[in-house]
Write a protein that binds this ligand. Sequence first.
Ligand code: NAI
Length: 334
Amino acid sequence: MSERKTITLIPGDGIGPEISSAVCEIIKAAGVDIDWDIQTAGADVAVAEGTPLPQRVIDSIKKNKVALKAPVTTPIGKGFRSVNVALRKELDLFANIRPCKNIEGINTPFSDVDIVVVRENTEDLYAGIERQIDENTAESIKIITRAASERIVDYAFQLALKNSRKTVHAVTKANICKLTDGLFLDCARNVAKKYPQIEYKEILVDNLCMQLVQNPSRFDVLVLPNLYGDIVSDLTAGLIGGLGIAQGANIGSEYAVFEPVHGSAPDIKGLNKANPAALLLCAVNMLKHVGFLDAAVKIENALYKVIKDGKVLTSDLGGDASTTEFSAEIIFNL
Ligand code: NAI
């Protein structure tokens, strides 16, 4: 086993603290020695410290290089800008990787889904350049650069190569956003030439959504600008059983922040109903990333066994178990 590690933990808000504590308990039960450097962020922190993302959070991740992050609420239509977007930008976590593969025991309309969504994570409409022109008009500026587009497409091809995947689809709306998505597509075509062993294809995002719900098995690796990646990865999560099991990772050249696809789920906050599996799968990847391979596989197997057995499941997976009962069952199966 690897030596003891210090890793930043952002417990988030909403269901974040409940699922974080479940995941930390499971990791501890698997015998992994982690010193969690707990860093709060979000609305309560904004009240107490004047900003929802204090510098201490960034400094902690820069020091530890790796973080596990539960969701943080972003006020809708008003209030502070997203902590999640700011964090990704600040640490240049340019690639948001969201794998989506069927899990045995979860009944879904398709049994052959195995897709990796590679979402550009630093620009597009998430640049947050918006302005109110008058009472009835507002505008938002979509930023697409050659550097960020080439970097994310290259990452997608590298990922395909390393994981013996066959096809990369570049996803855009370049028929309408001719300059911005057109630039992304131009970059994708250029980068694709470097990887003749991987098949390169293009698809418009609206058509992709329709095809995904009809025949998802024809897709392998998808590379998308930020906004389409955000939306499509929720769709692909739905294909395999929902947000409760959809893992993700934000990767940069220096730092990695592992966080699930889902948000803070305010509708079930504090009810002990949230599924901790998505964050647990993120933690499994994080453990692999820092070298705790055996423990990662042990946790992964225990989780998959509990889901396959189907006796103790949270309500999003059709069961009636609480967060704590579900995580206790995983610990029992370790
Ligand atoms: P959401 O992902 O929080 O919830 C959507 C639906 O899925 C809800 O019905 C919720 O109960 C369910 N759900 C989500 N995670 C679940 C889990 N682990 N177990 C069981 N059910 C689960 O999306 P929503 O409602 O659009 O966003 C809520 C807040 O989260 C917003 O403030 C949003 O900005 C924020 N958010 C934060 C993210 C992050 O921190 N990375 C990512 C996405 C949203």
